[in-house]
Design a protein around this ligand. Structure first.
Ligand code: NI
Length: 195
C-alpha cells in the first residue's frame, strides 16, 4: 500500500513483547483541528514523521504502538524515568509539524482570534487525551485498541489492511498470531480512549 514503508520504517521495533512492565507508559489520542482529514496525503504523513523524529532526538521516547488515522492519531509511548514531560514533547511535535506542513503545502495559516493571541495556528486540537498505563493488562488493552482502530472507525474491514500502524511490526514479531485475537475488543467503546 502507498506510504506503508515510509511511515512504518521510522518506528523502532516494539520491545514491549519482551519487556517487563515497569511503568512510564502513556497512551495518547491527538485530533486535528475541526477534524480536518490532514493525514490523507503523503506530504502530511511525511511532515508528521519528521516532526516526531526531531522531537525524539531532543527528548527521547520509545514508540510502543502507533496508529495514524486521517483526522487523529493514537500513540503509546514509553518515557524515560527521569523525564516524563509528555506535554513538552507533544507541543514540539505539533509545532514542528504545523510549521513544516504549512510551508511545504503552501496553505495559508488558519488562525482563530484566540489562537492568534497565542501565536498558534489551527492545525491541531489544543487538548489531547492522555492516560498513564497502569499495568501490563492495561497496556495490552491499549495496544490492541490502537491497532484495531482503523476497523473500529470503519476505514477497513481487517486490521492488516491499514498501512499506517505498528500492527505490522507486531505481526512480524509474532505477537498477533490468529485472526480472532481482536475479537475481544471488537465491541469496546471509545470511552476511556478519547476517540
Ligand atoms: Ni480512533
Amino acid at each position: 500500500m502507498p506510504g506503508h514503508n515510509n511511515v512504518d520504517n521510522i518506528f523502532s521495533m516494539p520491545n514491549y513483547i519482551r519487556a517487563r512492565f515497569e511503568g512510564g507508559y502513556y497512551f495518547f489520542t491527538v485530533v486535528t483541528y475541526q477534524r480536518i482529514k490532514l493525514f490523507g496525503t503523503e506530504l502530511a504523513r511525511r511532515c508528521l514523521r519528521e516532526a516526531i523524529e526531531k522531537t525524539q532526538s531532543r527528548r527521547p521516547f520509545e514508540t510502543i504502538a502507533f496508529c495514524l488515522l486521517f483526522d487523529h492519531l493514537h500513540y503509546i509511548w514509553k518515557l524515560p524515568e527521569d523525564d516524563t514531560d509528555y506535554s513538552k514533547r507533544w507541543s514540539s511535535i505539533k509545532g514542528q509539524f504545523s510549521k513544516e506542513y504549512l510551508k511545504l503545502s503552501g496553505q495559508r495559516k488558519r488562525v482563530s482570534p484566540s489562537r492568534a493571541r497565542k501565536g498558534e495556528v489551527c492545525i491541531w486540537q489544543r487538548r489531547f487525551w492522555e492516560h498513564q498505563i497502569r499495568d501490563e493488562n492495561d497496556l495490552q488493552r491499549h495496544v490492541d485498541y490502537v491497532h484495531y482502530n482503523p476497523v473500529k472507525h470503519g476505514f477497513v474491514q481487517h486490521v492488516e489492511e491499514w498501512p499506517w500502524s505498528t500492527y505490522h511490526k507486531y505481526v512480524k514479531e509474532g505477537f498477533y498470531g490468529r485472526v480472532n485475537d481482536f475479537e475481544q475488543i471488537t465491541n469496546t467503546s471509545t470511552e476511556g480512549f478519547g476517540e
